[in-house]
Design a protein around this ligand. Sequence first.
Ligand SMILES: [Ca+2]
Ligand SMILES: [Ca+2]
Length: 386
Amino acid sequence: MELKAYRFFGRRIAIGALVILGSMWSGCTGPAPSITSPSPKDSAQPPVPGRIVALPSFPIVRVNEPVSGDNQVQNGGFETALGGAPVAWALSIPEGGTAARSDEFYTEGSHCLRASVPADAPFEAVEELPVIPRKTYLVRAMVLTKDASGRGRIEVRDPEGKAEGFPVRSEGVTGTIDAWSLQTLRFTVPASAKKLVISLAYTPGAGANTSAAIWFDQCELHQLDPKNYLAHATFEDADATGYVSTWWPNNDPSIGISRDAYEGTKAKEIRPVEGKDSYLAACAADAAELLGKTIRVRVMVKAARKDPSGPTPVVMKLACKVAAKEHAVQTEHPGNGQWTELVLEDTVPKDADPTSKSFQLLFLRQSNADGPVLVDDAIMELLPSP
Ligand SMILES: [Ca+2]
Ligand SMILES: [Ca+2]
């Protein structure tokens, strides 16, 4: 039985060891080691009709924006392997299961990753990748399943498992399907994360009682560059008075520029003004494009409280006018003296006034603020429709 060649995969493999193995081997593009040939059993009983082998091209991504930036996944096409194990990937294989590079089916090159699992057993292949905090990414992969009661899918998580909103999972595929399925996930990296784990996973279904086979190919990670409706919002081009552009109107003397920055070397500074509240306002560029759409605003803000038990030192508010009435959402800074990401989501009313007089993002420095309030790296973006 050629399956014996895979016997050493028959238990969970230490993930760290394979990551090291992968990095040692990266760059190798030599011919396939013979160990990765499909077993006679698999060749005799193809799990899905042969026509899927010949998929000529990668299907169009079902995400309403172009993919930009280079693919960052190493060996995402599973063309390179060492002893049957795809380099750069760490495999977690259940007892009684197998996983290896395979030339049985593929959507690109001449190989894919094939795993078979016994009933109720999970499988995953993971790659840990550096990412830029707060940037938006798209991960995608081609997935095929046979006799699956669970799901073959993509999962993205942070290595420590602490980031809010993670893990995220694609819908996945199940059963026996006769064509490759494109799985995609769009996500924004948390401000606290510098690395993420991309997992090509099989998650067993409830009451799973059959063994399943899963194939993966063409896993890619791309950084996206969605439009930012706040212009000049890193403040790196601010002059000495803090002026950057008409999109950030100055109301001296409360607005200045600080060298204490989250990004680059400059941030906006909201100074205390004796006898009145001080604030910073931003107007959205092309706000008419946002009417009726769901938007998300993310801004790094640093502020401290005078009175630890008192109210917030700064309120971030997104406001517009609908027939002279205010429509607004707002959030507060915890006042911990740290750069903290403040996030607002809102569906902009269809009949809102999009002019800069009405449609504004405001940072309202409160009387409980200890010293200046700092603002940097502001992003206002459309959320893709579901
Ligand atoms: Ca491939
Ligand atoms: Ca900056």
